[in-house]
Design a protein around this ligand. Structure first.
Ligand code: 5RP
Length: 236
């Protein structure tokens, strides 16, 4: 373990380390995005170097692709891979049914496509990501830039009558400019506080023209590996 990690980084590292042991020689692996997933990529890079582990990685963002190459993991596209053995990624929240909110890092679209195209999805997280009910973390939705303000208004109106506690929607910014995803889209963050029916919300949001995808991952995650600041790891 790298020395002098803060408790939160230690928690992320131990979860990532444990998850890396699920990866076997010859596998095609989806590589998530974010600070926890970055530990995973580094752990896998170490195994590639020390054990001559032969894997192909499909990154879920340009950031992850750059890191994977840097640590010696062979990077291929999803279309080259066609289907993956396993995807390992972080999450912003997970509930007791292993449903997730993702997209805090703005990579939810590629993350959802890659996780869906995998035999198994393992989420790695520190213990703070566990929630009773999803929604305290703002739900990101990816929208195309054309008419995004109209899409935002329509989304806000759609939230009336949904089982949520808040309805504020904000455009994600990168300094003074709108944030752009790897796909050239914007992110709207939905401050809902509590999502009573995540499955229904996901379906309704995705029906809206202009919305590309939302950050609710329903019935996609198979296992959550939780790391703690004292180095313990638990599997859900
Ligand atoms: C990126 C994501 C990340 O997995 C999520 O935001 C968690 O990030 P971190 O591991 O840095 O807490 O969904 O789009």
């Amino acid at each position: 373990m790298p020395s002098e990690l803060s408790p939160i980084d230690k928690a992320k590292f131990v979860a990532a380390k444990q998850a890396s042991s699920y990866v076997e020689d010859g596998m095609k692996v989806g590589l998530g995005t974010g600070s926890t997933a970055a530990w995973l990529v580094k752990c896998l890079g170490e195994r590639v170097e020390k054990e001559s582990l032969n894997i192909k990685g499909v990154p879920t963002s340009s950031r992850t692709a750059a890191l994977a190459r840097e640590v010696g993991i062979e990077v291929i596209s999803l279309d080259e891979a066609k289907w993956l053995d396993l995807t390992i990624d972080g999450a912003d929240e997970y509930d007791g049914n292993l449903n997730l909110i993702k997209g805090g890092g703005g990579a939810l679209l590629q993350e959802k496509i890659v996780a869906t195209a995998s035999d198994q999805m393992i989420v790695i997280a520190d213990a703070s990501k566990q929630v009773e009910t999803l929604g305290a973390f703002p739900l990101p939705i990816e929208v195309i830039p054309f008419g995004w303000q109209t899409t935002k208004t329509l989304v806000e109106e759609t939230l009336i009558g949904m089982d949520v506690l808040g309805r504020r929607v904000s455009l994600r910014m990168n300094g003074d400019a709108p944030f752009y995803t790897d796909e050239g889209n914007h992110i709207l963050d939905m401050h809902l506080n509590r999502i009573g029916n995540a499955r229904q919300l996901s379906l309704v949001i995705n029906q809206m023209p202009g919305v590309v995808e939302n950050g609710l991952f329903i019935d996609i995650c198979d296992v959550v590996i939780v790391g703690f600041g004292d180095g313990r790891v638990e599997t859900r």
